[in-house]
Write a protein that binds this ligand. Structure first.
Ligand code: MN
Length: 377
């Protein structure tokens, strides 16, 4: 038996910041350099800290145009917390992790002073407008990765404000050491663990270089699928870096969420890393207290939207940390068809597996959101 309405928590959603957010809160000289989006016919131009990035908008056929209008332009609660809770109730989503939208561009900021002021401003806004709206909305704080002391200070400040998760892009800004350089990054992992904050990676958030068109790595036949799919891998690389460097070994209380990147990769990556750790043991530094796969299984969580294999990763491969996510209000997400998706996914799945993936894994990380309404059959 499956409930009429399946209630689920979501490990992945986004808030649209108001366009004048930085203008209202920062001195003009700084505000002018923060991420700004301008929409033109068929493309968008985002300016960040003196750089300009162009993103082509989809040129869909008539049917898909209608879908895109609904999801991208008209998800009523994309930037309004009251309407958002109505949307969530209708969709059957109880609590959700929310990431910034324009704020994701922050990883392309080059100057430490701007980044420090910008994330502070973004976090104050998220605190006032998202967290205060409802305990069901779990806002992620942003931090500057251009200066580790700034990052630690902002983690501490945001912990005091009540934030429970920190958004970190899947790769550091250009010129910074990769995440496996534990001597450089350890103060950040220490601060997150000490404050019981979840290290939340969202896929597709690597910094964009100025000569790169946003989201376009591949061209030619199949480009749309190639470009979409390749955004997945950054979350896996960040996870590998956290495990192989010993960061998760050194911080057993630190938990990692990888949002939007599917979940079947967890068992797969664990196997690959275990083989490397064992067969190339003579080269392995640092040694870990247990095989790499165990760190993934115990400390790493992953959210997916539509993937059938994600359920198998939990049900048949034993990874308990598989979590559903709506990716509200994005096109890749389930807005408008959440119940259809959840019913298709869980139709023939035991209740314990469904509850773990829809509610339990999320509540491991954020128990304070409470339980969704009771099931009705
Ligand atoms: Mn997302």
């Amino acid at each position: 038996m499956i409930p009429k309405k399946i209630w689920a928590n979501s490990g992945d959603s986004h808030f649209m910041e108001p366009p004048d957010l930085f203008d209202e809160r920062l001195p003009k000289a700084l505000a002018d350099r923060m991420p700004k989006s301008q929409k033109f016919d068929g493309y968008e131009v985002v300016t960040v800290d003196g750089q300009e990035f162009r993103r082509d908008m989809p040129s869909p056929n008539a049917d898909s145009k209608a879908i895109i209008d609904v999801v991208v332009e008209r998800a009523p609660g994309a930037n309004d917390p009251v309407l958002r809770l109505k949307d969530l109730d209708e969709e059957g989503i109880w609590a959700e992790v929310t990431y910034p939208s324009l704020g994701i561009w922050a990883s392309s900021i080059k100057s430490a002073d701007l980044m420090k002021a910008g994330v502070r401003c973004l976090n104050d806004w998220a605190h006032e407008h998202i967290m205060k709206a409802s305990p069901r909305l779990v806002a992620t704080a942003s931090v500057s990765l251009l200066d580790i002391d700034d990052a630690v200070a902002e983690v501490e400040r945001c912990a005091d404000l009540g934030f429970r998760a920190v958004f970190v892009p899947t790769a550091p800004p250009a010129g910074q050491k990769p995440f496996n350089y534990i001597d450089h990054w350890d103060p950040l992992w220490t601060a997150l663990e000490a404050n019981n904050m979840v290290l939340s990676f969202h896929i597709g958030t690597e910094p964009v270089e100025a000569d790169q068109q946003v989201g376009v790595k591949f061209r030619g036949p199949g480009g749309a699928v190639l470009n979409y799919t390749q955004t997945t891998f950054g979350g896996q690389i960040a996870t590998m870096q956290m495990v192989a460097s010993g960061a998760l070994d050194r911080h057993p209380g630190l938990r990692v969420l990888v949002s939007e990147g599917g979940a079947a990769w967890g068992p797969f990556l664990g196997d690959r890393m275990n083989e490397g750790y064992r067969q190339h043991g003579i080269y392995v530094r640092p040694q870990l207290s247990k095989p790499p796969m165990e760190f993934i299984y115990e400390q790493v969580y992953a959210s997916f939207q539509h993937d059938v294999t994600a359920i198998a990763a939990m049900q048949h491969m034993g990874w308990q940390n598989v979590m559903w996510g709506s990716d509200y209000p994005h096109l890749e997400g389930t807005y408008g068809h959440t119940q259809k998706t959840l019913h298709e996914l869980f139709e023939d799945v035991p209740e314990a597996v469904r509850k773990r993936i829809t509610v339990g894994a999320f509540n491991d990380l954020f128990p304070e959101v409470g339980a969704p309404p009771a099931d009705e059959y």
